[in-house]
Every structure is written in structure tokens, then in C-alpha cells.
Design a protein. Structure first.
Length: 292
């Protein structure tokens, strides 16, 4: 059984939206726990296009980094923690922290996920905590991973600042997230948050507005600005399912840079399964590094 650590998420109360934890708990109970009721259901989830896509992004990060994922790694906003389980099986990974502020997911869902994922539980710590407040591991982590988590952050700068403190010098932050174009107006951004989640009844048992679940429609520039302000170096890769881009190959990740320093690398998702067609699950792959 994996270790459980308490890092006091209430210490970050000012950055946690009231009611959001309860909504996440309902989501994990209603939507995700049934996926791990038995071996067949778990296999279906772990091999789904969404999970496949995100595993591929982790592989592309290794191309960018130029070496395999290794050392001490952390998944923030872990939820089911399937990614923490996946990372635990990497041969060079020594320790995995799965940080989540929903106690239900931590205590009931993650153990099932680890069991069905053949995780190396002896190196995993399930952490009840907030990704904006982790002084217990400052300067200790080689890689932080966010799988669709930090767009729920109420304060991107606070999140990126804590990532800077947690990472070792030279350590990386990798986020695969939904994002909006930089041309999205502020009024449109606000309107998206005020709109009702069409799947709210299924996911939470009631209708809710997106903002109630801390769904934020951050633009690419907002992710970048928060990371830069926190002192991190940043590379933003934006995925687009249309067009034929010159850099639609692994070369874009190996080069580790944007054209002339002023524009994002836009990639056609050439590495997705053919059966997925033009579906893009996360528009942004954000890589940030604490400078040496």
C-alpha cells in the first residue's frame, strides 16, 4: 500500500474556491470510480484516447529534455493519479508524489487505480495537499506534472511560484492543459466561466456554472506570463488539428525553441492515434524549467 502524507491543504485556503473540493469529490465518485470497479473497466479507461494522448505528451517531453524521466517526480491535482501510477513504472523514477486536495480520491480511488495500473506503490506517496503550498518538498523535485489540473488554479502565479520553490535547480514543470487563444477577449473569457456546464447533472448531481468548479479559460499568454514572473524559463507548444505545419514531427521537440523567440510553436497532433481523427484533448503543452 502506498504511503499517505498530510500537507494541510487548508493552509492555501485563499486560493481554493469555496465548494470546489466537494464538486471534485462528486466527480470522482460519479464519473471516475466506476471506471475502476473491475479489470475490464479499468483497462478501458487506461487505454482510452484521452489517456493515450496524454501519455504521448509525456513521451514528447522526453524528446525535449533529451533524456528519460527520472528521479523524484510529482503529479499535482492528481485526481485518479493514473499518471502517478504510470510514472512509477519508469525504471529511473525513484519517488512519486501524487498531490490531491480531494480526500475521497486520495483514500478510495487512488488505491484502486494503483492496483489496476500495476503501479510500484512502494515508491508512491499519496498527498492530501494543495499544489500552491508544498514547503515539505522545496528544492527536492526533478519533475512536476499537471494533467489537466492547473487550469483549475485560482492563482496561476501562486501555482507557478510554488512550482519554482519545489523544483531543484534545472528541474522541469510539464503541464498538458486546455487553453484559449491570446485573442480571446476578457468579456468572452468571463462569459465562459459564467456559462453552465452541460454535463453538470451527470458529473456533480446538479447543474453548475463552470466557474464553480474552478474552470478557468486561461489564454496561452497567461500561462506563460505566470511562469515567467515566477522565475521559470518557458516553452509553449500549441496543438492544432487543422493545417499542415512545417514542424509537424519530433524535430520540433528536439530543437527546444520557438521560431525567433516571439511566437509559440504550433504543432499538428501528428502523434495521435489515427482513429482519433481531429480530436485534440489538450491544446497546450507547457514546459517550464527552473534555471540552473
Amino acid at each position: 500500500m502506498s504511503e499517505v502524507l498530510i500537507w494541510e491543504p487548508e493552509a492555501d485556503h485563499e486560493n481554493i474556491r469555496e465548494g470546489a473540493q466537494d464538486l471534485q469529490s462528486e466527480l470522482h465518485r460519479r464519473v471516475y470510480e466506476p471506471y475502476f470497479a473491475n479489470e475490464g473497466a479499468a483497462k478501458s479507461f487506461l487505454e482510452s484516447p484521452r489517456t493515450y494522448w496524454r501519455k504521448k505528451v509525456l513521451e514528447k517531453f522526453e524528446l525535449f529534455k533529451g533524456s528519460p524521466i527520472s528521479g523524484v517526480v510529482m503529479e499535482i491535482g492528481a485526481g485518479t493519479a493514473w499518471c502517478a501510477a504510470y510514472l512509477s513504472r519508469r525504471p529511473l523514477v525513484e519517488r512519486v508524489f501524487a498531490v490531491e486536495y480531494d480526500r475521497y480520491a486520495l483514500e478510495h480511488l487512488m488505491p484502486k487505480v494503483f492496483q489496476h495500473s500495476n503501479a510500484r506503490e512502494e515508491i508512491i506517496a499519496r498527498v492530501f495537499g494543495s499544489y500552491n503550498h508544498m514547503p515539505q518538498v522545496h528544492n527536492r523535485v526533478d519533475l512536476i506534472v499537471s494533467i489537466g489540473a492547473i487550469h483549475h488554479s485560482e492563482n496561476l502565479y501562486a501555482t507557478m511560484s510554488e512550482a519554482y520553490k519545489v523544483l531543484k535547480p534545472g528541474g522541469y514543470f510539464l503541464a498538458t492543459e486546455p487553453c484559449e487563444p491570446n485573442t480571446l477577449s476578457v468579456s468572452a473569457q468571463i462569459a465562459k466561466g459564467e456559462s453552465e456546464d452541460p454535463a453538470g447533472l451527470q458529473k456533480y448531481g446538479r447543474q453548475i456554472k463552470h466557474k464553480e468548479n474552478s474552470d478557468h479559460y486561461y489564454r496561452v499568454c497567461e500561462f506563460e506570463a505566470a511562469a515567467y514572473r515566477a522565475g521559470l524559463d518557458v516553452w509553449a507548444y500549441v496543438f492544432d488539428s487543422s493545417g499542415s505545419w512545417w514542424n509537424s514531427s519530433d524535430r520540433a521537440f528536439v530543437r527546444r525553441k520557438v521560431y525567433n523567440g516571439y511566437s509559440n510553436i504550433v504543432l499538428r497532433p501528428y502523434f495521435a492515434r489515427r482513429s482519433e481523427g481531429k480530436r485534440v484533448f489538450d491544446r497546450l503543452m507547457l514546459i517550464a524549467q527552473r534555471p540552473l
